[in-house]
Write a protein that binds this ligand. Structure first.
Ligand SMILES: *Cc1c(COP(=O)(O)O)cnc(C)c1O
Length: 389
């Protein structure tokens, strides 16, 4: 490698380290899941922690039904798709999942991707070009922003969850589309979906909703939070790596949109299709969320218990009613120090820093799941009390 490339990388890494923003991976021990099964125990370097940083909100990644589905589908389909969906990678498992997703959401057609990141970039890059204008919430996911930047469309951002701001941009720019998330990944708050949907309809603008954190947990949310479906969004992106506990994603929309993506989306055409196993797992997970609310009820109960416990302990949370419970600290070093202290107390939470969140809003991102026990949550709240000093 050339000296200048090495120097560039070294310099950037040093800068990030000095700013407290260097990202490193944390290896999880293999025994993590199976010591007490199913549970949210996380073993790192032989030390056990309670995991409050997982997006596996319903615990489906460990559900017996999912493990059975894995074995069955492997025997039925093999473990790999073997090629792009346009060659021979699109099969029965994929079709069943697309149909099930359409049945649940009311969309005409669906298209599967190996990740939410690639679904979003594919959608934005393929649908928009130079000359188009797209309006998006200030806090939409990096994959949406990257896709829009790649598309060369003009991107205008409205203030986070601010309908008036969206209305101003709508009348000023007459955009082709408006993009938001249902539940925001770092704040846990919910977009004014009904209002934004109406605004789009009145202006003949396509409404795109990234439902990564909402899909699958609907029964756990307050009744005022309506599920995203075809009556709200023209295009809906759902992902399988969060509440569905496995991997992959789908774009849902009109038959015309899906046909257009099949013939034009480079991420779809030039990439090996989602494994049939993952399609079967996602199908099993969708059916589980449709046929039983037990896990969602437990999740809702745990969220309420956590919020009530924090109130009693005078720990001030945001108003989020979702599994994502941010605790804003502000300063990066302070956030990291508190997260380290929590680890030493056996509690694992994400420390989220800029640029993932705005400067000055570094935070602990606590996620509550259906697998946590009240004892786990008591440990979390007691540890927070100690760590926050
Ligand atoms: C996680 C996430 C994605 C990406 O999905 P992956 O399947 O993890 O690649 C996209 N959008 C939002 C809002 C997310 O939180």
């Amino acid at each position: 490698m050339s000296m200048s490339l090495s120097e560039k990388m070294h310099m950037k890494q040093t800068q990030l380290k000095q700013a407290g923003l260097l990202r490193v991976r944390q290896k999880i021990d293999p025994a993590s899941v199976n010591q007490i099964y199913p549970s949210m125990v996380l073993s790192v370097d032989g030390v056990e922690h309670i995991n409050f940083s997982s997006n596996d909100y319903l615990g489906l990644s460990q559900a017996p039904e999912m493990l059975d589905a894995l074995c069955l589908s492997a025997k039925q389909y093999g473990v790999g798709s073997g090629s792009s969906p346009l060659v021979t990678g699109y099969g029965h498992a994929h079709q069943l999942l697309e149909e099930q997703l359409c049945q649940v959401t009311g969309h005409e057609a669906g298209l599967l991707f190996c990740s939410g990141f690639s679904a979003n970039t594919a959608l934005m890059k393929t649908l928009f070009n130079t000359g188009d204008t797209v309006v998006a919430d200030k806090r939409v996911h990096a994959s949406i922003v990257d896709g829009l930047v790649d598309s060369k469309a003009t991107l205008k951002r409205f203030l986070h969850n601010d309908l008036a701001s969206a209305e101003r941009l709508m009348s000023k720019y007459a955009p082709q589309a408006l993009v938001t998330e249902s539940i925001f990944s770092m704040d846990g708050d919910v977009a004014p979906l009904a209002d934004l949907s109406r605004l789009c309809r009145e202006n003949n603008t396509c409404f795109i909703v990234d439902d990564a954190h909402g899909f699958g947990i609907q029964p756990a949310l307050p009744a005022t939070m309506k599920p995203v479906n075809a009556s709200i969004a023209d295009i809906q992106v759902v992902t399988f790596g969060k509440a569905l506990g496995c991997q992959g994603a789908a774009i849902l929309g009109s038959q015309l949109l899906i046909d257009f993506l099949v013939s034009n989306a480079r991420e779809y055409i030039y990439s090996t299709a989602l494994s049939p196993i993952n399609a079967s797992l996602a199908l099993t997970a969708v059916k589980l969320t449709q046929t039983s609310e037990l896990r969602a009820v437990k999740l809702a109960e745990n969220i309420a218990y956590f919020k009530q416990s924090c109130l009693s302990a005078k720990i001030w949370l945001s108003e989020s009613m979702t599994p994502i419970q941010p605790l804003i600290i502000g300063d990066v070093d302070n956030t990291l120090a508190i997260a380290e202290k929590l680890k030493s107390l056996g509690v694992w939470v994400g420390a989220i820093r800029p640029p993932t969140v705005l400067k000055g809003s570094a935070r602990l991102r606590i996620t509550i799941t259906a697998l946590h026990t009240h004892g786990d949550i008591d440990t979390l709240v007691n540890s927070l009390t100690l760590a926050l000093g």
